[in-house]
Design a binder for this molecule. Structure first.
Ligand code: IMP
Length: 179
């Protein structure tokens, strides 16, 4: 079996700079909010949420949800059915909520999540996504703050995995399994 070695697609430096820009925009947009709840979607968003939540300058707290796609392994070739495996600790009714997601691929996961959270009637609900693959989109998904648009490749690092590998790489890399 050949060793899978991720190729750098987006460098650590570029990611750091972009997260700083996103945090500055978020801090300005929510300048009047006294408790922004930043919701990370496990596992993929834990690194992005850690970096972003430390870079914003407004009062904020973090909470987590975990979702899973039916029948998913490392790929998203499914019918798009999503289920929740861990819910938020906090009640978000009347609160300002920013969903922090590592990647939007087909869009099914984020659109499920937004429907679920909107039903709890937060004061506002927005999304911040590190990377999206526009060519793969199957459903419309609201992305308010975006790090990077990438082509249709499998990426790892910054929380993103390939069969649980490479999540902790400091850059975003492309893997070419089977090459
Ligand atoms: P969706 O297709 O937008 O619903 O995304 C489903 C999930 O697939 C994401 O939350 C990720 O966990 C995973 N995913 C999609 N593309 C990639 C990728 O390139 N690398 C790592 N995970 C991915």
């Amino acid at each position: 079996m050949t060793e899978v070695v991720p190729e750098v697609l987006i460098s650590e430096e570029k990611i750091r700079k972009r997260i700083g820009e996103l945090a500055a925009r978020i801090s300005t947009d929510y300048a009047d909010v006294d408790d922004l709840i930043m919701v990370g979607i496990l596992k993929g968003s834990f690194i992005f949420l850690a970096d972003l939540s430390r870079a914003v300058t407004i009062p904020r707290s973090v909470d987590f949800m975990a979702l899973s796609t039916y029948g998913a392994s490392e790929s998203t070739e499914t019918d798009g059915a999503v289920r929740m495996i861990m819910d938020l600790r906090r009640n978000i009714t009347g609160k300002h909520v920013l969903v922090v997601e590592d990647i939007v691929d087909t869009g099914h996961t984020l659109s499920y999540l937004l429907r679920n959270l909107a039903a709890r009637q937060p004061a506002s609900l927005k999304t911040c996504v590190l990377v999206e693959k526009p060519e793969r989109r199957e459903v419309f998904t609201q992305i308010d703050y975006l790090g990077f648009s990438i082509p249709d490749v499998w990426v790892v690092g910054c929380g993103l995995d390939w069969a649980e590998r490479f999540r902790t790489l400091p850059f975003i890399g492309v893997v070419h399994p089977g090459r």
